[in-house]
Design a protein around this ligand. Structure first.
Ligand SMILES: [Cu+2]
Length: 151
């Protein structure tokens, strides 16, 4: 009897696991803005356990959100939208200034240090299934560079 019961409990525990919690985001942050600024970036470290790609993002503070990459064009560093960001299985993909980032555009408000920005990321797995990640990213000071930490 007790064995049956523990099997039932184990099954119940498994059922509580999210179906596609295979992608995680660490150290997410959004760069702060000055008044009237239209756009800023979301940065962080994304890891997809079984591999996939970041295909879309949205945020209540932005009219439009895109995945961008920075690339050299001649001697000029420019950013451009990419349709998707590849997430190799088990590998940390870092979104950082001067690299890939999630661009928040058409900002509806100024983002001040200490604020928290909600961002939704949509990850498409190798099996074409889509996983939605809800982030709460803190807003950093305007000129925060990667590697700079405030405690
Ligand atoms: Cu950008």
């Amino acid at each position: 009897m007790s064995k049956l019961r523990s099997i039932a409990l184990a099954a119940a525990a498994l059922a509580l696991l999210p179906a596609h919690a295979q992608t995680t985001v660490k150290d997410a942050w959004v760069r702060g803005t000055v008044a009237q600024q239209q756009a800023t970036g979301l940065f962080g470290k994304i890891t997809s356990a079984s591999g996939g790609k970041l295909v879309a993002a949205s945020s209540p503070v932005a009219g439009m959100v895109e995945v961008h990459e920075m690339a050299m064009e001649g001697n000029v560093m420019k950013m451009r939208a990419v349709p998707a960001l590849d997430l190799p299985a088990g590998k940390v993909v870092e979104l950082k200034p001067r690299g890939y980032h999630v661009m928040l555009m058409g900002l509806k408000q100024q983002l001040k240090p200490g604020d928290t920005v909600a961002v939704t990321l949509v990850i498409e797995g190798r099996d074409q299934k889509r996983e939605t990640l809800e982030l709460k990213a803190p807003v950093s000071a305007l000129n925060t560079q990667p590697g700079e930490h405030k405690h």
